[in-house]
Design a protein around this ligand. Structure first.
Ligand SMILES: Cc1ncc(COP(=O)(O)O)c(C=O)c1O
Length: 460
């Protein structure tokens, strides 16, 4: 069955009552919308991550754990807008807050109380965030976290893990997807520039091998005098949700303390890893935190936060000489996002966190069992409400391992076939095998998904 071609898996299951017509169907409403889209949008849309060939299904409506497409097909949504919909679609409390806000004030060039409320919720939640500033995307949150590290230390170099994704700013895209022709020695990775960047960007980026304590320590020390900070995502999604090891994190904290650089935690995704974020779960002292996704309740958001002495020194216009870092933004802290975010974060209390994390445990255990039953190669990773089912059991300890796995033609074909199978069985997942849960899900949703995954594993 490994030779099955992409697109075949799942086609025979079109009789699923919720899934007529089967994907792909070039006569479907989604296919027609895509035809229209490619004329006015390069590739058909404004976001590469929502495209899959031959056409993406178009969304029309969502409710709780479900999303309906332009052909009326209902699916359980395991993408949840790449993690931002922690409560699934259209939670009544969030919709209520947004509607109330919309009737009162859409946007304005004055601060609002809604901004204070969300800032209170975020700072109560995150142990290393006493003050926060809002922006409109996680990319912008990371961008400002990097600027903050540079401005606070007066140094220019930023270190990042090879292959980790931190959004689309110039510094952040360095070495997110390098190939063997450019990546250099594994113990000493090159900083590989992102297309569209100026040549000078890589001069200020230092690339670290994930969880390689001794080599990363040596690299950090070599740049210590110029190092503004190290950016860490505790469980990078682009490296298959591989966790950053405790001894690696301890080494980075020690080295930064020794050289005076700052630890920047990218919690855009990893806020889901603990009730108090990844920083709370790991018990690590973080200097600057970048945020996004779930704190916006489903509307566009980003944020940068940290201890008051750092945040005030950089952003407070009352400081002598004014704010060191200019931070405007027409839609920063816009009242609609603030209202949605505050409603979502109020709902995401400890009980909600524990429940959705337990659903994640149930899903991971079910997938592990399904792999065993099917006899197919694979691996289940993730923590709390984030899960990935990969279709290879080759060693995976770094971005380079994942890159090599993807070179073996069988794994990408299995991954594509599995995605297609799930789509045709009413389950929308992230194409690389990502399952991102919401509090709207039930144990029955999880069990049904495990069943469908087992079917899929048997087919691919
Ligand atoms: C870890 C991490 N940082 C930053 C970003 C960028 O966030 P946004 O897509 O809101 O710009 C993402 C997006 O997926 C992310 O996963």
């Amino acid at each position: 069955m490994d030779t099955i071609q992409a697109g075949q898996a799942g086609a025979g299951l079109a009789a699923d009552r919720r899934n007529v017509p089967a994907y792909p169907d070039m006569q479907s409403n989604s296919a027609r919308l895509y035809d229209r889209a490619v004329k006015v949008l390069p590739g058909g849309n404004s976001r590469h991550t929502v495209f899959f060939p031959p056409y993406p299904v178009y969304a029309v409506r969502g409710a709780g754990s479900r999303v309906w497409d332009a052909d009326g097909v209902e699916r359980t949504d395991f993408i949840n807008n790449y993690s931002s919909l922690i409560h699934g679609h259209n939670h009544p409390a969030i919709v209520g807050a947004v509607v109330r806000q919309a009737k009162t004030l859409l946007s304005v060039s004055l601060p609002t109380e809604a901004e204070i409320r969300l800032a209170e919720l975020v700072t109560e939640r995150l142990p290393c965030v006493e003050q926060v500033r809002f922006c409109n995307s996680g990319s912008e949150g990371v961008l400002f976290a990097i600027k903050a590290a540079r401005a606070y230390t007066g140094r220019s170099k930023i270190a990042m893990i090879e292959g980790a994704y931190h959004g689309s700013s110039e510094t952040a895209v360095v070495s997110t997807g390098p190939g063997p022709d450019a990546w250099g020695d594994a113990a000493n990775p090159n900083a590989v520039n992102g297309p569209g960047n100026g040549d000078s960007v890589t001069r200020d980026v230092v690339v670290l091998p994930l969880n390689d304590v001794e080599n990363a320590r040596r690299i950090i020390r070599a740049h210590a005098a110029d190092l503004a900070g190290v950016v860490i995502d505790a469980m990078p999604s682009a490296i298959g949700f591989l966790p950053v090891a405790a001894d690696f994190l301890t080494m980075i904290r020690e080295e930064l303390d020794a050289c005076g650089g700052l630890l920047v935690f990218d919690e855009v995704y990893s806020l889901r890893l603990g009730f108090n974020g990844a920083q709370g779960a790991l018990g690590v002292r973080v200097d600057i935190t970048a945020l996004g996704k779930i704190i916006g309740g489903g509307l566009p958001i980003g944020a940068v936060g940290g201890p008051a002495h750092i945040m005030s020194a950089l952003f407070d216009p009352r400081e002598a000489g004014g704010a060191r870092l200019a931070h405007g933004g027409t839609f920063n802290a816009n009242p609609m996002t603030m209202a949605a975010g505050a409603a979502a974060m109020e709902l995401f209390d400890r009980a909600a966190f524990d429940r959705v994390s337990a659903l994640g445990d149930r899903l991971r255990a079910g997938f592990t069992e399904a792999l065993k039953i099917s006899g197919k190669p694979g691996r289940v990773t993730g923590t709390a409400s984030l899960c990935r089912l990969g279709h290879s059991d080759a060693p995976l300890a770094s971005y380079r391992d994942l890159y090599q796995i993807r070179q073996d033609g069988k794994t990408p074909a299995r991954t594509e076939n599995f995605f297609r199978h799930m789509l045709n069985r009413g389950v929308l997942i992230g194409a690389p095998g990502l399952f991102i849960l919401s509090t709207a899900m039930t144990e029955a949703d999880i069990d049904a998904t495990i069943e469908k995954a087992l079917e899929g594993l048997r087919l691919i």
